[in-house]
Design a binder for this molecule. Sequence first.
Ligand SMILES: Cc1cc2nc3c(=O)[nH]c(=O)nc-3n(C[C@H](O)[C@H](O)[C@H](O)COP(=O)(O)O)c2cc1C
Length: 351
Amino acid sequence: MGYYSIVGAVARMFPAESAHNAALCALKSGLVPSVAPVLHDNLRSRVWDIDFPNPVGLAAGFDKNAEAVDALLSQGFGFIEVGTVTPLQQSGNTKPRLFRLPEDGAVINRFGFNSMGVHAFAVNLKKRRKSGIIGANISKNKDSLDAIYDYATSLAVVYDLVDYITVNISSPNTVGLRDLQQKQALDGLMKTIEHERTRLAAASGKRKPILYKIAPDLTQQDKEDIVEVAFSNNIDGLIISNTTISRKGLQSSYRNERGGLSGKPLFGISTETLRDIYRLSQGRIPIIGAGGISTAGDAYAKIKAGASLLQLYTALVYGGFEVVRDINQGLSAMLERDGFKNIRDAVGQET
Ligand SMILES: Cc1cc2nc3c(=O)[nH]c(=O)nc-3n(C[C@H](O)[C@H](O)[C@H](O)COP(=O)(O)O)c2cc1C
């Protein structure tokens, strides 16, 4: 049993949120040793003019306030995404709001964007010392009267501090948020964001990619609309997907808790959504695949379904940071076995 497995085994004895906070605290305090990243040429790729050393990223929600950026950049990830951050500080939903479903390899959360607010988030990001690729995931405050204004506000604050920005319109724990995925609302949001980005790019001399993170619970019409609006607004990329509100086939006693379900039961629906969107967009929009990745085989399946890059979260709850190394090593071997010189040659090969 490795270091992280032992830490993980101890952490699982505590309520889920306390264990998570302890893990974050250990990372922040330098108690978690760094891991040498897996470096194989076939895992390197260039997306949005950014050179990713490997495709395995940390998904949003693990470090909502960008408190442990240096330590997380030292765990073998190709990139990390921090947030979701809201413009103003807010405490999120009442506890308990995080549940482990070990029988299902899953987690249900209904945090509701607990956030220190974007200014404290920016202060934390400015303290970083380590190089590496960072994305910031932004969304709106619960009581906001103008969602689009919230996104534009946070975008401006984080723009110079990160490599890419994710516009989160898919968390199930903020009432009405997912409605922003509807055609007209999404078009309006994308237009304002693009307007703001043009201004920020001119001021900083650098055009940063902006991605939209979508839910897996979409109808065929929703998917067609999203692709249409994504094309008409020339967006840079999508993250597919956030957690699901579906509860199919779960065993655990917590299965009826409200919130977003992540981990193994999310794999199928998130991968099918990814495949559908890749097909509908003819592979012309780079996609980060997320949802239920815990093995190299899962990662490979997402890539063949159309993902250029990957993110995970729930697998860390059950396997610790060791999964990052295991997935990268396994993926590199699978690419070689199947005659793909580089990960980019495998993207969308099974659609
Ligand atoms: C506890 C928890 C908190 C999360 N918080 C956020 C969040 O703040 N913003 C977001 O975009 N996604 C959030 N997510 C979703 C993840 O980023 C990811 O999209 C989803 O969990 C699927 O990946 P996984 O199955 O590997 O966990 C959260 C997930 C979990 C488990």
